[in-house]
Design a protein around this ligand. Structure first.
Ligand code: BES
Ligand code: MN
Ligand code: MN
Length: 462
């Protein structure tokens, strides 16, 4: 495979302009007010795949948002790469904290992106990273170098749990048959420290509701004599961690896969600066489970976090009231061997058991998924390693990430193939946050590296 560099240099401006057009459509899957925009985005993705050289592109209807499927099959005897990505994005709020409107992309330089970064919701997660694959395919077809078959499966519900994708994969095993799955929806350590993501955490997401009296009460007339659901809820939540920041739910750690000392030592070789970590998010000190490093805490260890909590009076001024109800949304990040359905059950039983009789507790599970780890001796991993060596001039570091792409474990179960996570975002790119951005250098480096993966994977498969 010839280097894509000259082709990228020639077409750079057009690539950026096309991505900017895609980023202008607010494909927010969580908010039904944007339904038409989500569907329109699927259309735009379809057209881009057609232009990039796919022979067949379809909008596949599902019970939810459509899945864009595309393929270019050049020879049944050659290996097939299945590219997965998502065209939906997170809601942009809190919108006031954006320096420019989330769906009016602008290019600005930052310390980590001296060549400029595109600021827009979805720029890094995942439209920008997904589009690298479309442009990599364009390069390979335009220069007659596509070495193997390729299938694309781009969904519109990743940010809300990928329910329809599970439905789709179960029903289309033959259509989706492949030799390796390739995803760019994660990050890398730093521009000069290439890394390949080898693990994703699982997830269990629940909502809890604590009910006290049947109506809001005067906090003077009743205060002290009835259970205040907000007091109780916060006390219950606080009890979910002990003094070492370990989770107190009985059985929670039972199946956790512990790493060997050798594996932990290997992990500790990845460059990490506590100072830089602290200052980037403006905290005085780090915090977490006793006995583990920051990198371990946010990748190989399970967690429990409150994502939102509400109840009572939050309007202007003061209102003396004991609310009838209090609520919280809680997520648990899981590691290999923890079963998310089992953990959800453990949480539910425990949370109900610690509630005093004075309140009623309801626990509603949302979505979840299993953790994933990929071996570093698979064909796919070795091909990715070689691809990075060619374009970065350095061997990439395997890195387990703290984020989740729950569908990846399901791919392995249903399609029986390994997933390679070639992410090009940086942790500081602010995905899910205001001012999300994606470096132009990263975008172009991805387009350059992906075709090398195709070539190496095809060679290793011979
Ligand atoms: N692309 C992210 C996941 C990610 C980001 C993994 C960076 C590793 C590094 C994905 O879009 C995402 O946000 N996933 C959700 C889970 C989903 C069920 C909403 C997450 O991790 O919170
Ligand atoms: Mn994503
Ligand atoms: Mn996301």
């Amino acid at each position: 495979m010839k280097s894509a560099k000259p082709y990228i240099q020639e077409n750079k401006q057009r690539f950026i302009d096309e991505l900017i057009e895609l980023l202008k459509i607010p494909s927010i899957s969580a908010d039904s007010a944007y339904k038409n925009d989500v569907i329109k985005t699927a259309e735009v993705v379809k057209e881009s795949l057609e232009k990039a050289g796919c022979d067949l592109v379809e909008i596949c209807e599902t019970p939810g948002y459509p899945i864009v499927y595309g393929e270019k099959i050049i020879d049944k005897k050659l290996p097939t790469i299945l590219v997965y990505g998502h065209y939906d994005v997170q809601p942009p709020d809190p919108i006031d904290l954006w320096d420019s409107p989330p769906f009016e992309p602008v290019i600005k330089t930052t310390d980590l992106h001296p060549e400029g970064a595109i600021f827009a919701r979805g720029s890094c997660d995942d439209k920008g990273q997904m589009y690298m694959h479309v442009k990599a395919l364009e390069f390979m077809t335009q220069t007659n170098q596509l070495p193997c078959n390729v299938k694309f499966m781009i969904e519109g519900e990743e940010e809300v749990g990928s329910e329809s994708l599970g439905w789709f994969v179960e029903r289309n095993q033959e259509k989706l048959k492949n030799d390796v799955i390739l995803i760019s929806d994660t990050g890398m350590i730093a521009p000069d420290v290439p890394s390949i993501t080898t693990g994703l955490r699982g997830l269990s997401y629940v909502e809890v509701e604590v009910t006290g009296p049947n109506r809001d009460l005067h906090s003077g007339l009743y205060g002290g004599a009835v259970a205040n659901p907000i007091n109780i809820l916060t006390k219950m939540i606080a009890s979910l961690h002990d003094e070492n920041n370990r989770i107190t739910i009985p059985g929670f750690y039972d199946n956790v896969d512990d790493l060997t000392d050798a594996e932990r030592a290997k992990m500790a070789e990845a460059p990490f600066s506590k100072e830089a970590y602290r200052s980037a998010i403006d905290i005085e000190d780090i915090y977490g489970e006793k006995g583990y490093t920051t990198n371990e805490r946010n990748s190989i260890r399970p967690t429990l976090d409150v994502n939102g909590i509400w109840g009572g009076y939050i309007g202007e001024g003061a209102k003396t009231v004991i609310a009838s109800k209090a609520y919280a949304k809680i997520s648990m990040r899981l590691v290999p061997n923890q079963d998310w359905k089992e953990i959800t059950k453990l949480f539910k039983n425990h949370f109900k058991s610690i509630a005093p009789n004075a309140v009623k507790v309801k626990v509603t599970p949302h979505h979840g998924g299993q953790a994933y780890v990929t071996p570093i001796d698979s064909l796919g991993y070795r091909a990715a390693e070689k691809a990075y060596e060619t374009t970065f001039g350095e061997t990439p570091i395997p890195q387990r990430s703290g984020g989740s792409i729950p569908i990846v474990a399901l791919f392995e179960k249903e399609l029986k193939s390994k997933t390679i996570l070639m992410g090009f975002g940086l942790d500081s790119d602010a995905i899910h946050s205001p001012n999300e951005h994606f470096g132009i250098w990263n975008f172009l480096k991805g387009i350059e590296t992906i075709p090398q993966f195709y070539a190496e994977f095809t060679k290793l498969s011979e």
